[in-house]
Design a protein around this ligand. Structure first.
Ligand code: SF4
Ligand code: SF4
Length: 188
């Protein structure tokens, strides 16, 4: 083997050990740092970012009227065919939904309905705790959608929470502000 090849092999070997050393340093760093496991739902709860696509909600305008004009665009664009809108016209000729239902059991939370809505009437909000033993409970009507929480203003944190099995909502937030969970994650 030529001298040049021998030298190249030595450098490859050193590079390998340098890489191994940095990986081991990362591993040992995690071993002696605070665990990142979230104690959900008994003690902690995640507040998602505003871009998170959770449970849908319907919006109201400044006058408190439902913004939806029952154009059915969201229902047409939905790839799962899980939105049902039944329109009606009021005495002023304005369209409203007499029925607006989303079958969240079939929804894949793609956000296409939010993107397609010309009236900015529907969006996917911050709620992610809505599992049920019955698929019938997952068909959500207009009034429930109007009452659903909107997008998180600031997210990406963890708040203290407590499991409450006596209510439908299993987790109750105890504190309005939490700590930055991401600080426990090492980033380069
Ligand atoms: S998020 Fe996607 S799948 Fe779900 S209702 Fe909207 S368009 Fe349909
Ligand atoms: S939510 Fe938007 S897209 Fe869907 S029916 Fe209402 S106005 Fe049309």
């Amino acid at each position: 083997m030529s001298r040049a090849l021998e030298r190249a092999g030595t450098w490859v070997g050193w590079a390998f050990f340098a890489d191994l050393g940095s990986a081991l340093a990362l591993t040992f760093g995690y071993m002696f740092s605070r665990p990142v496991t979230m104690q959900y739902p008994d003690k902690e709860k995640w507040v998602p970012y505003s871009r998170y696509r959770g449970h849908h909600f319907l919006k109201r305008d400044e006058a408190g009227e439902i913004k939806c004009v029952a154009c059915e665009l969201c229902a047409r664009i939905c790839p799962c065919d899980c939105i049902e809108v039944v329109p009606y016209e009021d005495e002023n000729g304005k369209r409203h939904p007499s029925k607006f239902e989303i079958d969240t059991a079939r929804c894949l939370f793609c956000g296409l309905c939010e993107d397609a809505c010309p009236a900015d009437a529907i969006a996917l909000g911050q709620q992610y705790e809505f599992s049920s033993f019955s698929s019938r409970d997952l068909v959500i009507g207009r009034d429930d959608l109007l009452a659903k929480p909107g997008k998180a203003a600031t997210g990406g944190s963890v708040v203290a929470a407590q499991l409450n099995t006596e209510k439908i909502v299993l987790v109750e937030t105890k504190e309005p502000r939490g700590y930055n969970w991401w600080r426990n994650i090492r980033r380069t």
